[in-house]
Design a protein. Structure first.
Length: 89
C-alpha cells in the first residue's frame, strides 16, 4: 500500500492527486496477491518436508515410547518391594 502511494506521488500533479489512492489500491492488491502466493509456497514446501521427514522416521516415536514404558515398569518393579516392606511395619 505505502509503496503504491509513493509511486502515485510522481503523476499526482497531472492527475489532481487521484493517482495517490489508486496507486495505494494497486500496491495493496499486488502485495496481497504476492504475499498469499509466497505464504502458500512456503506452506507447501514446509508441509511436504515435514511429511517426508515424518514418514522417514515413523518408527522412532513408537520405539521411544516403548523404551520409556520399559523404564517406568523397571522403576515400579523396584519400588513395589520397598513399599510392601514399609507397609508391613
Amino acid at each position: 500500500g505505502a509503496a503504491g502511494a509513493l509511486v502515485g506521488l510522481v503523476p499526482a500533479l497531472f492527475t489532481f492527486g487521484l493517482s495517490i489512492p489508486i496507486g495505494a489500491l494497486v500496491g495493496s492488491g499486488t502485495g496481497l496477491c504476492l504475499g498469499g502466493a509466497a505464504g502458500t509456497a512456503a506452506g507447501f514446501v514446509g508441509g511436504g518436508t515435514a511429511g517426508c521427514v515424518g514418514y522417514s522416521y515413523r518408527e522412532v516415536p513408537g520405539s521411544a515410547f516403548r523404551g520409556a514404558v520399559g523404564i517406568v515398569q523397571g522403576l515400579v518393579g523396584k519400588a513395589q518391594p520397598e513399599s510392601e516392606h514399609l507397609s508391613t511395619r
